[in-house]
Design a protein around this ligand. Structure first.
Ligand code: DGJ
Length: 483
């Protein structure tokens, strides 16, 4: 392989056999010139698969390293050895226990590779346990040692971190995700030694990933919104178990449509160390279509980390140079703050094409809009990428809006409709009102009966003052770039 690797972010990743790379919620280790990528594989009886590559681009499937058939051996503390709990259903999209976010460390003292992961029973996320497995080789068949609640705590999204002196830590979300707990592991990495820190209690952080640079620790996390992306955050500290900074923004309001998986240091042959952020781009309606995004991190100062979008990155493993390339898609998703759903064309191309706030499939074309400037004074057309037509307000012959809830999709030249909108009055978080030029009215999201979000809809109404005591503003929208 050459020294240069190009990674196409968000594209469907294929291994060297042309099969999808199944390494979600993953982790990377380097050994003998190879990167080993571990991650969730929920096909058939597989739980964790491992791939390897010398260039971060061509990934060879080394097989499922943890499966329902893996050997099971208890270790010295009390664990549940079930990999196939009774009455599992379909939350795992496969058989048996749900295994998420597997992370692997090499233990110098014992010569073993130790895997920590999140374990659920396959019916729900209520057991919230961690689990451990080990192997003598990096990509061999791991022996499963069982699952447990660390010091009795719930344990969901997790990661590990190995410090320079070999001390390892397990970090996981506890108390129904409210707190992030940092545990020091025993010398053999097989059990919990001590709970050493509670991070951001009550702040509901998920998807932790830790790195260390010039003596400073960085921890990147997401907020807690299921499979949908949210604003990432990072914090820094000069001591993993000491005081940490407050959470600071990492990436944009969807972390470029990703959730953190891990950060991998890339040591170039020239001796330079770069850091790559790896995030999962989940497809909430089709887990198996979820993909991956790799972005270089930059450090404006010793205590700051920054991530920026790149459609593709080219990494020269010899010099350590990472070349990002950005291509503006010009597409947006429009998310209602009131209903937390996305504007989507419900009946594309049909006579009655209507628009509704909805999450159909997060990645679906029905949710993509082109925000197209149409006048010099900032007015835009909102053109559906899927349908090709524009969001419109029907007008009476005198130019009045005809009634509420009558949004349509039309070609821009139709005179009985107005297709000009302005995105205005952005609040501190950049959330806007979407006002029709012809009518002065604004888009407003309504929930279905009894507050049913699944039946949320969008209509056009007079602007109303919003009282935050009544929840989120139904007349505010977030215009998110599609990456
Ligand atoms: C978000 C977590 O980060 C994922 O690992 C997974 O547990 C999903 N939630 C499940 O909803």
């Amino acid at each position: 392989m050459g020294n240069e690797a190009t990674i196409h972010n968000g594209a469907a990743w294929k291994d060297t056999n042309g099969e999808p790379v199944r390494a979600h919620g993953g982790w990377m280790l380097q050994q003998d010139g190879y990167f080993y990528w571990f991650g969730e594989d929920r096909t058939e009886g597989r739980k964790v698969s491992c791939y390897r590559s010398s260039d971060l681009c061509h990934w060879e499937n080394r097989g499922a390293v943890l499966t329902l058939d893996s050997k099971v051996r208890p270790v010295y503390y009390r664990t549940s050895l079930e990999l196939y709990p009774p009455e599992t259903s379909d939350i795992g999209y496969g058989q048996g226990a749900v295994i998420e976010r597997p992370k692997v460390l090499y233990n110098e003292r014992t010569g073993k590779y130790v895997m920590w992961m999140h374990w659920e029973n396959g019916r729900n996320y209520n057991d919230a346990r961690c689990a451990v497995a080990t192997c003598d080789t990096i990509d061999g068949e791991y022996v499963y040692h069982g699952s447990f609640n660390p010091i009795g705590h719930m344990s969901r999204d997790c990661t590990v971190f190995q410090d320079d002196d070999g001390t390892a830590y397990f970090i996981s979300a506890a108390r129904d995700n409210a707190d992030l707990l940092v545990y020091r592991l025993s010398d053999d990495y097989l059990s919990i030694d001590e709970l050493v820190k509670t991070l951001w209690p009550g702040q509901y952080r998920e998807a932790p990933a830790v790195m260390k640079r010039s003596g400073v620790y960085f921890l990147v996390t997401s907020a807690c919104t299921g499979w949908l992306p949210n604003q990432g955050a990072y914090a820094y500290s000069d001591s993993l178990t000491g005081r940490w900074s407050q959470l600071l923004p990492f990436g944009d309001s969807t972390t470029y449509d990703t959730q953190p998986a891990f950060i991998v240091p890339i040591q170039s042959q020239g001796g330079k160390t770069e850091y790559l952020y790896a995030g999962d781009r989940w497809d909430p309606s089709s887990y198996h279509h979820s993909s991956y995004v790799f972005l270089p991190l930059s450090f404006p100062s010793d205590n700051e980390v920054k991530v920026e979008w790149a459609d593709r990155i080219t990494i020269d493993l010899h010099t350590g140079l990472i070349q990002p390339e950005v291509r503006e898609s010009g597409l947006h998703r429009i998310k209602s703050c009131g209903s937390e759903r996305y504007l989507a064309v419900m009946q594309p191309k049909g006579e009655d094409a209507g628009v509704i706030g909805n999450v159909l499939a997060y990645l679906s074309e029905e949710q993509k809009w082109i925000v197209e400037p149409c006048r010099e004074d900032g007015y835009v057309r909102l053109r559906s990428k899927e349908d090709g037509r524009c969001l419109a307000v029907p007008l009476s012959p005198t130019g009045e809006p005809q009634s509420e809830a009558q949004l349509r999709l039309v070609q821009e030249e139709e005179t009985r409709y107005s297709v000009e909108w302005i995105l205005e009055d952005a609040d501190a978080e950049g959330k806007v009102r979407i006002r029709s030029r012809a009518t002065g009215k604004v888009l407003s999201a309504g929930l279905g009966e009894g507050g049913n979000r699944a039946a949320a809809f969008v209509h056009i109404t007079d602007e109303a003052e919003h009282d935050p005591r009544n929840g989120r503003d139904p007349q505010r929208f977030e215009v998110l770039k599609v990456y």
